[in-house]
Design a protein around this ligand. Structure first.
Ligand code: ADP
Length: 714
């Protein structure tokens, strides 16, 4: 009604304006009026007014049309270039109309898209979502929305949110497409990052600037055994059950300094950190707000326990390897030395063989040659005695050489054992004196010895057999290389060693040979060398023995005046409390021996004969036994036997066993074992079995005499 009124008013205004315009036109060219035809005039007037009205309306329409065209242009521009895509779809999902943005999203020209199905441009997994959405639009008639992915050939997928509503006629629907690809990708990225951090074996956390923990990943929760809720708001060191923050804490450092920090948190550098919590490498980075103010720090830490253990293992291993290397180096040095030694030995081998062959052949020659001569008929007794003496000497020389060869071979093969035990030096000295006295006196020379310590202080820990050998060699040489004068031997205590000497008034040794004589096969450069007959091994053996016992050997000598050989032995005795012989012994000792009852236990006839003859001078009665059992028997039946010379190897029962059994009923009888082996250790075995002493075969007259003197001298 109101509208109608308004229209009427507009029409009245239009009529009024048209009337005014007509009046103005008539004033300019007045119309000849015919008063008689008033109706006609009125009609003309009406027509004219109407014409003007039409003209005016036309003008307005032109303006309105222009306005409408302008508006349409603006609308089209807006429609086409709006930031969102616009589409009109039929119920079947066919595109009726779409703007440029929508066409660009679908990756084709607009003209090619109309009349095509929209869902064909969607990824397969979102097509169903879209079709449901389309169905809902047309059935519910209210605004619907969904998210789909536009997946067109050759283009990256575009994620879009679609809002749609059915249009007024109900045949079409209008869709608005908003590109949310950036948001979806950003969300995806965030999800990935969160996934990575949560599933990382590295423990990660965020601490605010007051060091309260605000977030921790799953690894952190698992390691501490606490849930995120339990961790949140607590101090890191509390979460780790520690009494205070760690020294060098990287989170504190990052918050305080504003730069990244790293630190190893281990029981080694944190006294409050238990070993069970392992070794950690922690790194922290400061976090700032938009204004750049530090608001906290992120922390990432990795468990380096295994690495540390491995490092320790490697360290241990490398030390082991270094030690092995050192050992190898040492072994190398030793091998080089051994190689050089082997080469040297090789060189000396031929010299050795030449020497030995000569040394053995010479006495053999003597023995065989003179044995042959003995057979000659009509030999005078004097001649016979002379030949026998030569045979005897050659035999002794041969035995010496064999003994020396055995000894030097053992030394070189490193088979010579050292048997250290309490040894009475004074006893050894006395034995040597008794042993060599006849030989020295036979040469018309004086023989003396001097013990400088009382017996209780003369016991040192050494290998007594080696000491015997050393002194024997030196005294033997003194006798061998002297024609007149005297031989004296003895020892002095100096600091923590005993210094022994063997002094002679013999031929002496030239200065330039005084070192060389201690080497194998070396003899001093003496003119009538052959006169002294030696293999040149004695001093080499002696020197080796002295070395084995921890001493030194040297010589002081003057040609034509004499020589003094010195050697030292470590003095390492504990003085014995019991005093047996308070006075040091000297050469002035009574050597008369009472006549003895002797049992010779020996299965070999020749040896037995030899022994028989040798001991005859000391015996008032000599009994014989061929086996160990016979020896025990003889001993049982003769309680007054003074001495048994016990062979070690006999049929039925050996000498050691026989001795053991004799000792069960007779502890007094002196038993001296005799063996043919001449090896180190024989003496010990004999003593262990219950023998008093030991003698090596072939039994030397002087040696046995010395032993008898030792046990029965008065
Ligand atoms: P051998 O006496 O068998 O030749 P040794 O090794 O015992 O061998 O001695 C080596 C050399 O040292 C002897 O050949 C000799 O020239 C010299 N010699 C050893 N002892 C004496 C000594 N007391 N007086 C002089 N020369 C000696």
């Amino acid at each position: 009604m109101k509208k109608q009124n308004e229209n009427l008013t507009d029409a009245a205004i239009l009529r009024q304006k048209a009337e005014e315009i007509l009046k103005a036109r008539k004033d300019k060219s007045p119309l000849v009026s015919d008063a008689s035809n008033a109706d006609t005039l009125k009609l003309i007037h009406e027509l004219q007014v109407h014409q003007i009205e039409l003209e005016m309306q036309n003008e307005e329409l032109v303006i309105a049309k222009e306005k409408a065209e302008l508006a349409e242009e603006k609308y089209t521009e807006l429609y086409d270039f709006a930031p969102s895509g616009y589409l009109s779809l039929t119920k079947e999902g066919v595109i009726a109309e779409l703007n440029f943005v929508a066409a660009r999203m679908l990756g084709q020209e607009r003209s090619k898209l109309t009349k095509k199905r929209f869902d064909f441009s969607l990824s397969i997994d979102t097509q169903t979502t879209f079709n449901l959405f389309l169905h809902d639009i047309f059935t519910s008639k209210v605004k619907q929305s969904c998210e789909v992915t536009i997946a067109t050939e050759g283009n990256l997928p575009i994620y879009v949110t679609i809002e749609g509503i059915v249009s007024q006629n109900g045949e079409l629907c209008s869709l608005t497409l908003i590109d949310i690809t950036k948001r979806i990708l950003a969300e995806e990225q965030l999800r990935f990052q969160a996934h990575i951090i949560d599933n990382s074996p590295v423990i990660a956390a965020y601490h605010d600037k007051d060091l309260n923990m605000q977030w921790a990943n799953k690894a952190y929760q698992k390691t501490t055994g606490l849930s995120l809720e339990e961790i949140k708001g607590r101090k890191c060191y509390e979460v780790w059950n520690l009494s205070k923050p760690c020294r060098g804490c990287p989170v504190i450092a990052a918050i305080e300094t504003g730069v990244n920090a790293a630190h190893e948190l281990t029981p080694d550098n944190q006294e409050h950190w238990p070993e069970t919590q392992g070794y950690w490498l922690s790194q922290a980075a400061p976090v700032r707000d938009k204004q750049g103010v530090i608001i906290g720090a992120t922390e990432f830490a990795i468990d380096i326990t295994e690495r540390k253990n491995a490092e320790r293992l490697i360290q241990g291993k490398s030390e082991e390897i270094a030690a092995q290397n050192e050992e190898l180096k040492q072994a190398n040095v030793e091998l080089i030395a051994a190689k050089e030694h082997a080469e040297e030995s090789d060189r000396l081998k031929s010299a050795f063989l030449t020497n030995m062959s000569h040394e053995i052949r010479t006495p053999m020659n003597g023995i065989l040659g003179f044995s042959e001569l003995l057979k000659e008929p009509g030999l005078t007794g004097e001649r016979q005695q002379e030949y026998i003496r030569i045979i005897e000497k050659s035999g002794a020389r041969m035995l010496n050489i064999i003994n020396d060869i055995v000894d030097i071979s053992k030394i070189e093969a490193n088979l010579m054992n050292v048997d250290i035990k309490d040894s009475n030096i004074n006893e050894i000295m006395e034995f040597i004196y008794i042993f060599f006295k006849p030989q020295v006196e036979e040469k018309g020379m004086h023989f003396r010895f001097k013990n400088s310590l009382p017996t209780k202080e003369a016991i040192i820990r050494t290998d007594s057999e080696k000491v015997y050998s050393i002194l024997t060699n030196l005294v033997k040489n003194a006798i061998k290389y002297s024609r007149e004068g005297e031989i004296e031997f003895g020892y002095l205590k100096k600091d923590d060693f005993l210094e022994f000497y063997v002094k002679d008034t013999g031929i002496g040794i030239p200065n330039d040979r005084q070192e060389a004589i201690f080497k194998r096969f070396i003899q001093a450069d003496i003119e009538d060398r052959m006169a002294y007959k030696g293999a040149g091994l004695g001093l080499a053996i002696t020197k080796a023995y002295v070395g084995m016992l921890g001493g030194k050997i040297w010589v002081e000598s003057e040609e034509g005046i004499g020589s003094t050989f010195y050697f030292t032995l470590p003095y390492n005795s504990e003085p014995k409390k019991e005093t047996i012989d308070p006075q040091p012994a000297s050469s002035e000792k009574n050597d008369t021996i009472r006549k003895l009852k002797i049992l010779v236990a020996e299965d070999d006839e020749v040896s037995e004969m030899l022994l028989d003859v040798t001991v005859k001078m000391f015996g008032k009665e000599i009994l014989k036994a061929r086996t160990g059992i016979e020896a025990i028997e003889a001993c049982r039946n003769n309680a007054d036997i003074d001495l048994i010379l016990m062979d070690i190897r006999m049929p039925d029962m050996g000498g050691y066993e026989a001795t053991k059994q004799i000792r069960e009923f007779n502890r007094e009888v002196i038993i001296i074992a005799q063996t043919a082996y001449g090896l180190t250790g024989d003496r010990d075995k004999a003593i262990e079995a219950g023998c008093n002493d030991y003698i090596a075969k072939p039994i030397n007259k002087i040696e046995i005499q010395a032993l008898i003197q030792k046990y029965f001298g008065e």
